[in-house]
Design a protein around this ligand. Structure first.
Ligand code: DX5
Ligand code: ZN
Length: 227
């Protein structure tokens, strides 16, 4: 199956909860992935941070390729890095199915989205809460996925910013049919239903899964709120 097809399949069975692998136990990745799979998760969201575009620093290609060896689930890679054009090929080779760049991090988003597209992966474009929708709308046709940040990119555990609901609602009304909508940051049992109603197909969740003892119970509760 082509990488882009995996995203199309996810959209057809949306909405989905995507765990953000930021607060997970990196000493036990195999067990974490298995627990998430057993909890009913069907795709993973990977947060790559470079200490420049965002102050936080996480991980890069080796963790993506390690996860690739652990699972067939789609890997949704969220690049919070400056000049991501330097690493596109390497993240695709590592096994990313969806590669998302931040509109604030690049000079020519269209060019980069095309570059990702040519590899056969799905191309995503993300925008922070303070970034107006007008910065991404010219590129909607070139996107497979639009990631609406509901916190400023950089850290897990932040408070949901409702500006994301306004953006999702507007995007739902005007986006091309093929574009998948994703929301990320502060999504929990108190905010997830509003995000799904506003049109989010993919709902990224960090703390509301990884700060819970029982992933299965946490995921079940989140799913119950969006179906
Ligand atoms: C923030 C990341 C998110 C974050 C989600 O920069 O992109 O994926 O880890 O974590 P919570 O759900 O805790 O906000
Ligand atoms: Zn993310």
């Amino acid at each position: 199956m082509s990488r882009r097809q995996k995203l199309i399949d996810l959209k057809q069975s949306a909405p989905h909860v995507l765990p953000s692998l930021l607060l997970c136990d990196f000493g036990n990745l195999a067990s974490e992935v298995e627990q998430l799979r057993a909890a009913g998760i069907s795709a993973l969201h990977l947060d790559v941070m470079d200490g420049n575009f965002v102050p936080n620093l996480t991980y890069g290609m080796p963790i993506v390729s390690g996860l690739r060896r652990l699972t067939d689930m789609p890997l949704d890679v969220h690049l919070m890095i400056e000049r991501p054009e330097r690493y596109i090929t390497q993240f695709i080779d590592a096994g990313a199915d969806v590669l998302t760049i931040h509109v604030e991090a690049v000079e020519d988003p269209g060019k980069l989205l095309d570059q990702i597209h040519r590899t056969g992966a799905a191309a995503g474009l993300a925008l922070n809460p303070d970034t107006p929708l007008e910065q991404v709308t010219p590129h909607l046709d070139a996107c497979d996925l639009l990631l609406v940040m509901s916190v400023k990119a950089g850290f897990g555990g932040q408070k949901f910013n409702p500006v994301a609901i306004e953006k999702l609602t507007e995007l739902k009304a005007r986006k091309p049919e093929h574009v998948v909508l994703e929301v990320d940051g502060g999504v929990n049992t108190g905010t997830i239903a509003r995000c799904a109603e506003a049109g989010a197909d993919l709902l990224v969740v960090g703390s509301a899964i990884f700060k819970q003892d029982d992933y299965r119970a946490a995921v079940r509760q989140l799913h119950a709120l969006i179906v």
